[in-house]
Design a protein around this ligand. Structure first.
Ligand code: HMG
Ligand code: MG
Length: 288
């Protein structure tokens, strides 16, 4: 039987958050609506973080109100704290994602607190999401390399992953935030994480700065992971990870998976059109 692999689409959130020119909410809505027709089960639509920290996504409520929800698609938002959770819930998201770092330097830069403090901040978010029946995902950033602290120990990633699962996350997405991880480093990191978490609870979130993301996904697949985050047009980056490039390109992942005998359920032509639109609204290329 063909093995099914899910791609979780990141472009509206991770893809756009690093863009400096403000993209109108109408364009974000049009992008999400195009993505909704591609066959994704999950789209990360926006974030509800401090607008001073990420001005590009300050219009999350407007975007959520404007999209045409497609049955079968879960629309998620990234939230750092209860304020973000309440806003996301009011906007009607299906899922929230909390995000922690495996390194102290990035935690401080991205969330203005230590790893221990970030656990305390997201604990009430987890409790509320579970009580409200809103799906709860977790991210661990800097799973191999931190732009501030350098190499990250696999044991640190395992600790944060375990903590997020204990809080009730149904899945933890492992982020190579800088996009510098090499396949052997992903493998070593997974050795530690798989000792505390089942592969079915894990996702891979690889940025593609150095061009290793597809090989890193292959490592994940070989270790039993079946969920990978990607962004149409390869858009993205984190404002607090200087130099990091976009998420791995959704189309490249879908093509690679198809060639290698996996099923994604995605419509390649619609995906290509959504990618062209994403690149156009970010000024990267004319829509074809
Ligand atoms: P802080 O400045 O320490 O927060 O930032 P604070 O609690 O002291 O509040 C400061 C102000 O922000 C207050 O407003 C709050 O109300 C407001 P003021 O009274 O000054 O007018 N505020 C908020 N406003 C709207 N929504 C909120 C919110 N929270 C506070 N949710 C904070 C702490 C966590 C808020 C800040 O650091 C933050 O927003 N960080 C988010 C940064 C971010 O979004 N980074 C990108 C996403 S992570 C990522 O890309 C990695 C990932 O893709 C995986 C990977 O690749 O590794 C997920
Ligand atoms: Mg990311």
């Amino acid at each position: 039987m063909t093995r099914r692999v899910e791609i979780v689409e990141m472009a509206p959130r991770d893809g756009l958050q690093n863009e400096t020119a403000v993209i109108p909410a109408a364009d974000k809505i049009a992008l999400i609506d195009r993505l909704s027709a591609c066959g994704f089960a999950r789209i990360e639509a926006t974030s509800f973080v401090s607008p001073r920290w990420v001005p590009q996504l300050a219009d999350g409520a407007e975007v959520m109100a404007g999209i045409t929800r497609r049955p079968g698609v879960a629309y998620a938002a990234l939230v750092p704290n209860m304020k973000g959770y309440e806003a996301a819930k009011a906007a009607g998201v299906d899922a929230v994602a909390v995000f922690l770092s495996a390194s102290e330097g990035f935690s401080r830069a991205n969330l203005n607190c230590s790893i221990a403090e970030s656990f305390e901040r997201v604990r009430p978010v987890a409790e509320a999401a579970i009580a409200d029946g809103i799906a709860l995902r977790g991210y661990v950033s800097c799973v191999v390399h931190c732009p501030y602290d350098g190499p990250v120990a696999p044991a640190a990633v395992a600790r944060v992953t375990e903590g997020l699962l204990r809080l009730g996350c149904h899945e933890v997405s492992l982020g190579d935030t800088t996009g510098h991880a090499r396949p052997e480093e992903i493998s070593a990191m997974l050795d530690a994480v798989l000792a505390v978490a089942a592969a079915e609870k894990l996702a891979g979130h690889f940025h593609d700065t150095d061009g290793h993301a597809l090989d890193n996904i292959r490592v994940g697949l070989a270790r039993g992971l079946s969920v990978f985050d990607a962004s149409v047009g390869g858009l993205g980056g984190c404002p607090y990870a200087p130099g990091a490039r976009g998420n791995v390109d959704t189309l490249a992942v879908a093509d690679m998976l198809m060639r290698e005998g996996y099923e994604t359920g995605l419509d390649r032509e619609r995906l290509a059109r959504a990618a062209a639109f994403a690149r156009r609204i970010t000024g990267k290329e004319e829509e074809r």
